[in-house]
Design a protein around this ligand. Sequence first.
Ligand code: NAG
Ligand code: NAG
Length: 366
Amino acid sequence: MSHSSCALLALAALSSLSSAKEVGYFDSSSCADPKGFATCYENADTTYSSCVNNNCAGGGESCYNSCGGSTSCMNEQCPGLGVDCINACECERSALQIDCAGQSCWNKVYSCEYQATALDYISFCLNPDRDGLPYWPTPDDVPDSCSCNTGQIEQKLYLINNQMNTCSNNQTNIGQVMTNVDAITEYAQACICCSFSAIISAIWGTCPDTQPSLLAADEWFVGLLNPGHWEDCGPYLEKYDCAGDLGFGRADAGGITKFYSPGNLPANGTKSLYNLDGVVSTPVSGDVFTWTFASSLVHTVTVSSADATATGAKASGGNDVTATGTGTSTATGTAESDVKSGVGSSLRVPSWTIASIFGILALSTL
Ligand SMILES: *[C@@H]1O[C@H](CO)[C@@H](O)[C@H](O)[C@H]1NC(C)=O
Ligand SMILES: *[C@@H]1O[C@H](CO)[C@@H](O)[C@H](O)[C@H]1NC(C)=O
């Protein structure tokens, strides 16, 4: 066995042993079939290590070792080392983890933990089939669902990014009319400013009570809005009709209606992420269901122990993250702790968003 595969296996073992109950984002003891769930994740980890070892080895052993196998570290330290390959393996693993949830943690498929797992899948996979993802985004008014619908946020962000491209391409198309370079630049800048404002609206507006830092708001500012000079967007947002003329109000563009300007941001929510009251007592999609992975591959999931007793969440109403006092409790008084930190941050800024914004900026300064 090569050195790197030993390291990988050790890592995989560590990640599944670090806590007896913690499996991925989940506390496996809350799953309908805790043992089956943990075993399923172990198998997904094994698939992941052999995927990396068999496909991504390409001379990356020293980098892999110095980074301890961390994808983001390898991304930074050794670009071009097959990060796409590692992401492809991560993509496969997250797809298997979605299977695991559907199979053994079917009672938690509306939870914050499941949402985080699905967000990982979307961010690691290249062109994931969003419509094929099960329980995604979480429907409204379902039991034991996350206090913030991060799936809805992700979907809006995705559509906003598409509209940013549509908007600026439209400017290119009507370039014959806009012969003035300043006018073209201004139009591209307006498209970008509207999309930044729409991003803020998607995060703050979808979950006004949740602390935005738990929804990757800071990552969006650092990765996109600050380098794109969001602070200079005020005049563009006053002059242009983002929702109407520039199209960001359309349902297929995110359906954003409220456009904030830099000097006029919405108030920050203060709550953590938590699962609302209720119990999913029978498998939502029956005993067997299928979902499509990457538009062609169909995953078939067979639900295990459908007769197991599902443990429900007792909503705590969430803790006030900024306050030092205790969180509000429900009438029953049984407060369940918030989901562990990191669950929301998988709502990360996709690299294609950053690539396209800088493409537009480069275009507009030609
Ligand atoms: C393209 O731009 C024109 C002029 O601003 C606008 O009327 C039209 O709706 C835009 N088309 C799209 C698809 O955004
Ligand atoms: C609101 O949240 C954002 C994102 O986490 C943060 O950058 C900003 O400083 C916060 N504003 C206030 C007034 O706390």
